[in-house]
Design a protein around this ligand. Structure first.
Ligand code: DNO
Length: 372
């Protein structure tokens, strides 16, 4: 039994197991921080037990522009002063022109690669990004009240169905406020014309330019799945399900081309078996970053974000952590969106209290499996 396990276990897996035996955690617990304007301070974050890494970005730099090196260094120094490490970027946003394959593609790719180099120089090891057309995650309400008085983000089909993005003035939460309605309409039309295969082609161009640079400077690129993982308003969405994740990873077969496996994003579609996906890609060492949160999936495909515990939603969180530990996962983990609890107000999904509870719960699950 022992012998078989040894043969089947890659070297990095063994290292992780040894580290776990010594009581060290192989995975790196992290927390998203929105910079100096974030009401959740670095000091508070550093007080969460087991917290190691800060996940941040230069949120005010427009997509496509260069990131000032000194600001990255300052962020690293600020984190260090609080006993934390700034080693994950979420995100270097991908300019719409890159996703659409139009305009100054070459110049935008050059800047993207330079930003990766600058992040690496400042100590960053993992860069998250997404390839979602026009907007990031989609919800219909950011403060849905649960019976216990907490609030969370939800997406109800009843609320979404009535909207025609080409006619209506769209102001759904979570959508880029940076675009005018006319711009959103133009983008939607451009993406409809592009279609899924066009988007795949542009992702390929992006990955083939960016991954070798990341590899060279010791950074793992981690693509975030589309949230939710199916087309909305006819816009193509491709990072959605197992066969597409396989296709994406095969474009450049390197650990520098990896996943940011977001359990809540993939888990809000019944066709995704999240623990199985985690097991498969952790085994292949193609997960660089885990976003861990729970969702309650409804019969009509609507979903509610819930507290992290297995008993609160549709995902088996213990099975997810078990799959990671059994495959020696030593990448980054962060508790994802939290509810607003205990009267906290702030950025929806990104308050302190419920995310800190999420981190504590996840730390417990990891310890339980690592020490077994
Ligand atoms: C939601 C986040 C996403 C994520 C981006 C990565 O809260 O998980 O917005 O940061 O999709 O580019």
């Amino acid at each position: 039994m022992c012998y078989t396990l040894k043969l089947a276990t890659p070297r990095w897996n063994k290292r992780a197991r040894i580290a776990a035996r010594k009581g060290e955690q192989a995975m790196k617990m992290s927390f998203r921080w929105y910079g100096e304007s974030d009401p959740v301070s670095l000091e508070y974050i550093s007080q969460i037990p087991g917290m190691r890494s800060i996940v941040a970005s230069l949120y005010d730099v427009a997509p496509g522009d260069l990131w000032p090196q000194e600001r990255l260094e300052k962020m690293q120094a600020d984190c260090k002063a609080h006993g934390l490490v700034f080693d994950v970027v979420e995100s270097i946003p991908v300019h719409e022109d890159l996703k659409l394959g139009r305009g100054d593609v070459e110049g935008l790719l050059k800047n993207y690669c330079e930003n990766i180099r600058r992040c690496a120089r400042a100590g960053v090891k993992c860069v998250t990004y997404n390839f979602m057309p026009v907007f990031d995650w989609t919800r219909t309400q950011l403060d849905k009240k649960a019976p216990d008085g907490s609030t969370s983000l939800v997406m109800y089909w009843d609320q979404l169905r009535g909207i025609d993005p080409l006619k209506d003035d769209i102001h759904l939460p979570g959508w880029g406020a940076s675009y005018s309605q006319a711009e959103v309409r133009d983008l939607i039309q451009a993406y409809s014309a592009l279609g899924e295969e066009g988007l795949w082609k542009n992702l390929e161009v992006f990955l083939k330019a960016v991954v070798p640079v990341a590899e060279e400077c010791g950074v793992r690129m981690a693509i975030h799945p589309d949230d939710p993982p199916y087309p909305i308003f006819g816009l193509p969405r491709i990072i959605t399900r197992e066969e597409n994740l396989d296709r994406m990873l095969a474009i450049v077969d390197s650990p520098a081309n990896s996943l940011c496996l977001c359990t809540g994003s993939l888990g809000c579609a019944a066709f995704n078996d999240v623990p199985a996906l985690v097991r498969k890609y952790a085994e292949k060492d193609r997960i660089a970053f885990m976003h861990i949160r729970n969702v309650k999936l409804m019969e009509d495909g609507s979903f509610e974000e819930r507290a992290h515990l297995t008993s609160c939603g549709s995902l088996d969180m213990a099975a997810i952590v078990k799959a990671l530990v059994e495959n020696g996962y030593d990448g980054y983990v962060r508790p994802d969106h939290g509810r607003m609890i205990w009267g906290e107000t702030g950025k929806p999904g990104y308050g302190l209290f419920d995310r800190a509870l999420g981190a504590a719960y996840l730390n417990g699950l990891f310890e339980a499996y690592e020490k077994r």
